[in-house]
Write a protein that binds this ligand. Structure first.
Ligand SMILES: [Zn+2]
Length: 90
C-alpha cells in the first residue's frame, strides 16, 4: 500500500518509468486516487515524462538547435533539481 510519503520519496529518487511494473502500478494508482497529493505528484510525473521525451529527442537530434538548451542553462537546471531534491530529503 503506497502512502503519500512513499510516492514523494520514489519520485524524488528515481524516474517512475524505471520502477518495476507492480511498483509503478501502485504508484500510479495512488496518484490517480489520492486527493491529498495526487495533483502535485501527477505534475511531477508529467515533468519526468517531458524531461525523458526531451532527452530522447535531443540525443536523436530531432529538436531544432534554437530549442536546445545551452550548456550553462543545463547546468543551472541540474543545480536547481539537485537543490530541490536535497531540500525534499531534509
Ligand atoms: Zn497521496
Amino acid at each position: 500500500m503506497w502512502m503519500c510519503r512513499h510516492v514523494a520519496k520514489a519520485l524524488a529518487e528515481t524516474n517512475y518509468e524505471d520502477l518495476p511494473p507492480l511498483r509503478k502500478f501502485g504508484l500510479k494508482l495512488h496518484v490517480k486516487l489520492c486527493i491529498m497529493c495526487g495533483k502535485f505528484h501527477r505534475q511531477v510525473m508529467d515533468f519526468q515524462d517531458a524531461a525523458r521525451f526531451y532527452r530522447t529527442h535531443e540525443d536523436q537530434g530531432d529538436i531544432p538547435s534554437q530549442r536546445c538548451m545551452d550548456d550553462s542553462c543545463k547546468h543551472r537546471l541540474q543545480e536547481a533539481i539537485h537543490a530541490a531534491r536535497q531540500s525534499a530529503k531534509d
